[in-house]
Design a protein. Sequence first.
Length: 367
Amino acid sequence: MVVMKMKFPFQKRVKLAQGLWLLSWCATVAGATTFTLGCILKTELRRRAEVMDNSDIHIVPNTLMIVGLASLGINYFASKICQDALDAGRFPRWKNFLKPYFAVSCFFTVLMLLAVIMSYAMKGSLESSLKVGLRNGIRFYKDTDTPGRCFQKQNIDRLQMEFQCCGNNDFRDWFEVQWISNRYLDFNSKEVKDRIKSNVDGRYLVDGVPFSCCNPSSPRPCIQYQLTNNSAHYNYDYQTEELNIYLRGCREALVHYYMGLMNTIGAGVLSIFILQGSVLVSLRFLQTAMEAVAGKENTEIETEGYLLEKGVKETLMEYLDPLLKLNACPYITDSSPCLSSPSHNAVKAIKCVLCGDPFVKAANHIG
């Protein structure tokens, strides 16, 4: 059953080829834009790699860059095909090229759609990665003398100031870790000794936060130590007063930032996907309409174009059958050529094994 059959007079074919040529170049620019968006997202993710536990989220920008580059090639060839479609004598040279071309083009176009879906669906993976990464970043904040962690303090401080956040979930996360290095603690001080002794792990814990948590918009001088001690500060009640530090956790801030970025990119790539799909559909109509002209003396006759010559299922199987045959092996019996011909060498006998023959038979054949 032919899908979406349409009639194409000569003038309509010419206009289709000309319009499609222009559309394919627009899609080429869109492909370059897709690649650029993937690079931007990749760069932004790498900037915060130290607070991410894994790189699973990088599948989104990687996919965008791949489909962006593929789109450049797909639409370049589409423009060449459109040029030759204006001359019925030059178009037949594309006949053997078009079937694999459409298969590859459809694959990368579907991959583009998957990139759009992933840009909206990766929130859970991003959040879990940031949860572990930020927790480790806060834990290693004090390790400025440890190789590999020297810049962890600087990175966390810059992160908290840039995104106006504090801690992983909130500022209380700093109460649970020793974020002041032993190098800067006076172990002769009674206060330091008492705090370390009061902790089962021997850590110096304080109800305070680093300076980077301070909100410069607050009219009050920053209170970053003894946040839960009302008597330590004048006219202060931490339970009722809005603290002059950032209250939002950095995980929430980063998830909001990256998901906003990916959702915006996803919307843009979705429009590019629609443009790319329009190019392929139009090119398919042009191909089938021009193939009907092949071998005719009068190239200005009216022809019919269609999207699919058969149903969707039949067309899909037509493309998949060659791939399935590559992996399929014939059923092998005792009388199969693998075993019956004495001229077969050891390599062919091994092929028999891979196709399903018992190893013993193959071994006997080699012998």
